[in-house]
Ligand binder design. Structure first.
Ligand SMILES: NC(=O)c1ccc[n+]([C@@H]2O[C@H](COP(=O)([O-])OP(=O)(O)OC[C@H]3O[C@@H](n4cnc5c(N)ncnc54)[C@H](O)[C@@H]3O)[C@@H](O)[C@H]2O)c1
Length: 257
């Protein structure tokens, strides 16, 4: 699979899953543009991949999104692949204790960002007559997720949005798919486990075991597993694939319970 001559923008691309996707598509020949809110992480990324375009920005901010998209189109003459990876875990709490501000922030980063970047780039994709949109949801995007209601709601919405994009944009040659990662090895899941342990009274080890045992392959997933799926969806090998939910999760059976 190669992406020679293609430009790819990845939100939340300076670390975690986004960074793994950036590396994978870069190795496949694409020009990479990473957007991330964390200045230090962006600087580290720029040192690692000096040829990449980088932007510091909040993916949920409308005016920043617009100007970053305009800059991308000016630089590359359009966009081939948009990866909407930004998403935050939100609060871990019973729903009656969730503050409205925390609900809104989780929705803004995990859902609004996807809408904003799609809206900013779709006119350019439509005039080019092609494009691939890859949205990152979660296993939580189609299972309920006790104590994580804003996150689960946002990630279910990302799936609904992606299916709708596929229908609206298919006639213009634009594909839209969603990847649902399972529990990913790394700092974010470590933080999720600590927060859930504090709420549930289970030890962090037992919470981790619960997540592992909920999955048929009894495993956590690596960010690189998600990156390989993103490369496939971006590539011409997936030219007839749109509107699909790709679970890369070892087959989660009973998430969150
Ligand atoms: N880690 C997991 O276990 C897991 C599982 C399922 C789905 N996901 C989803 O995958 C995506 C990436 O997850 P991750 O684990 O790599 O995340 P992460 O917490 O490691 O963060 C990755 C990057 O996102 C950036 N970021 C945070 N808020 C931002 C914003 N408003 N604008 C731009 N950048 C922002 C951070 O600065 C960081 O560099 C998210 O949408 C997440 O919900 C993750």
């Amino acid at each position: 699979m190669n992406l020679d001559g293609q430009s790819v923008l990845i939100t939340a691309g300076a670390s975690g899953i986004g960074r793994a996707i950036a590396l994978e598509v870069h190795n496949a020949g694409a020009s990479v543009h990473v957007v991330d809110i964390d200045k230090v992480a962006v600087e580290r990324f720029a040192e690692m991949m000096p040829e990449a375009m980088v932007s510091i920005g909040d993916a949920s901010d409308e005016s920043q999104t617009r100007s970053i998209a305009e800059q991308h189109i000016r630089t590359y003459g359009g966009i081939d692949v948009l990866v909407n990876c930004a998403g935050i875990a939100g609060p871990t709490a019973p729903i009656q204790d969730v503050a409205l501000d925390d609900w809104h922030r989780c929705m803004a980063v995990s859902l609004d960002s996807t809408f904003l970047y799609c809206r900013a780039f779709i006119p350019s994709m439509r005039s080019a007559g092609h494009g691939s949109i890859i949205n990152i949801s979660s296993t939580a995007g189609w299972h309920g997720y006790p104590l994580r209601s804003p996150y689960a709601a946002a990630k279910w919405a990302v799936i609904g949005l992606t299916k709708t994009l596929a229908m609206e944009l298919g006639p213009y040659g634009i594909r839209a798919n969603v990847i649902c990662p399972g529990s990913i090895n790394g700092e974010r899941m470590d933080r999720v486990i600590v927060a859930e342990s504090a709420q549930s009274g289970l030890s962090p080890q037992d919470v981790r075991k619960k997540y592992t045992n909920s999955c048929s392959l009894r495993t956590f997933i690596d960010a690189e597993d998600i990156a390989r799926m993103a490369l496939f969806l971006a590539s011409s090998d997936a030219s007839r694939i749109t509107g699909q939910i790709m679970n890369v999760d070892g087959h989660v059976e009973n998430f969150g319970s």
